[in-house]
Design a protein around this ligand. Structure first.
Ligand code: BEZ
Length: 385
């Protein structure tokens, strides 16, 4: 009897798979499920699933997932498999800016829509933009650009910068530094640490300490952020050199792993779960009910909003690659982070930003919003769509 039950289950799932594949819109999800950004990839996927549950009811979708490992070479192989073998109608995902840069020409040439749910690589919605690439997260420039003035306004005059040595690290620091210097500040030094390899930030922190800076501005994410923030505190820097940066540094996704070392760090993001709006409160409650009370992060919201946009496009009749790409680039709605629009000039997102401080309330670490920065839109940066 037991065996019969298993056979029925398998037969039923095979049947539903074949029904789904006949007319279904095939969605290729390319995220890091392993490697340095694995937690980020899984969180984006969780947000994407919740978004489909909510906005994609009744839609005939077939989802094919592949692990990018946040590795450019492996990601190209996986993207080729999704497009050429699985024949997906649309791709979504991508966490690393290096992966986004590596995939750009393939996606553009194959004319497959790619809805980016994290990677901030400036060029894919700038000089190397494509009608097939849209972004539901942020660009590296967008996230940091307004922080130069904001940090200067806090009385900081001399800054030392630290970030991983790859596209995202350089673009985030460049964007901050340009506006900090324009405001009258000085970058007294900086280091780019080997990406995915640095476990001991000690030598870099020693250089920062000796630099004469008032503060450090930084970008790290995932496991590197946890190590960095903890070492920054344990080296005794936090007390004398306040830490600022892009908010991935103290993401709600892993701030608990950083513990009290994260308290007082002031950063900026496109989403924090403490945004007080009816839409966000409802999103947070739904996410928490699926994740043992844990609040969603900026990574979850990007997946959720991408699922929202894709569902809208399909509901409006887009089912093939060209019509999905066209429809996605016209999307606009209010979501958990506020008003979200895809800029027709670049296909990058236009959205508000939130400066927040990690604080402790009772025994919980949480995000205190210090300022909402105006909706930010990138310059076209050489993009012509
Ligand atoms: C990036 O590579 O673009 C990136 C990775 C993690 C967090 C934020 C940005």
């Amino acid at each position: 009897m037991k065996n019969a039950g298993i056979l029925i289950t398998i037969a039923a799932s095979l049947l539903s798979a074949s029904i789904a594949s006949a007319d279904a819109v095939k969605v290729g999800v390319l995220l890091p499920y392993s490697g340095v950004y694995a937690a980020l990839g899984k969180e984006i996927d969780a947000g994407f699933n919740l978004g489909l549950e909510e906005f994609g009811k009744g839609l005939d979708l077939e989802i094919v997932r592949e692990d990018s490992e946040a590795d450019p070479g492996k990601s190209i192989a996986k993207a080729r498999k999704l497009v050429l073998q699985d024949k997906v109608d649309v791709m979504t995902g991508i966490v690393s800016s290096a992966v986004a840069g590596a995939l750009r020409d393939f996606v553009h040439g194959a004319k497959v829509p790619l809805m980016i749910t994290n990677a901030g690589n400036n060029s894919v919605t700038g000089a190397k933009c494509s009608p097939y690439i849209s972004r539901f997260s942020f660009s590296n420039g967008q996230i940091n650009r307004l922080m130069g003035q904001w940090v200067y306004d806090q009385g900081v005059r001399k800054v030392f910068t630290l970030a991983p040595d790859y596209t995202a690290g350089h673009e985030m620091i460049d964007s901050f530094a340009a506006t900090f210097v324009a405001a009258g500040g000085e970058i007294v030094g900086g280091e780019y640490t080997p990406f995915r390899k640095t476990k001991d930030f000690g030598p870099y922190l020693a250089t920062a300490k000796a630099s004469g800076a008032d503060a450090v501005y930084s970008f790290y994410a995932g496991g590197e952020a946890i190590t960095f923030v903890k070492q920054y505190d344990s080296f005794g820097l936090k007390a004398n050199m306040p830490l600022f940066g892009a908010g991935f540094l103290t993401s709600p996704l892993y701030v608990n792993a950083e513990g009290d070392a994260s308290i007082g760090v002031k950063t900026v993001l496109h989403y924090v779960p403490t945004i007080d709006s009816a839409i966000n409160n409802s999103f947070v409650a739904k996410f928490q009910s699926q994740h043992e009370g844990r609040s969603p992060s900026e990574f979850a919201v990007a997946g959720y909003d991408a699922a929202h946009a894709l569902s809208l496009a399909i509901q409006q009749g887009a089912t093939d690659r060209a019509s999905i790409a066209e429809s996605i680039s016209k999307v606009s709605f209010t979501g958990p982070r506020g008003e979200v629009t895809i800029d027709p000039k670049t296909n990058n997102i236009v959205q508000p930003l939130y400066v927040y401080e990690t604080v402790k309330k009772g025994d919980k670490l949480t995000q205190k919003v210090l300022a909402q920065l105006p909706n930010t839109q990138d310059d076209v940066n050489g993009c012509s769509l």
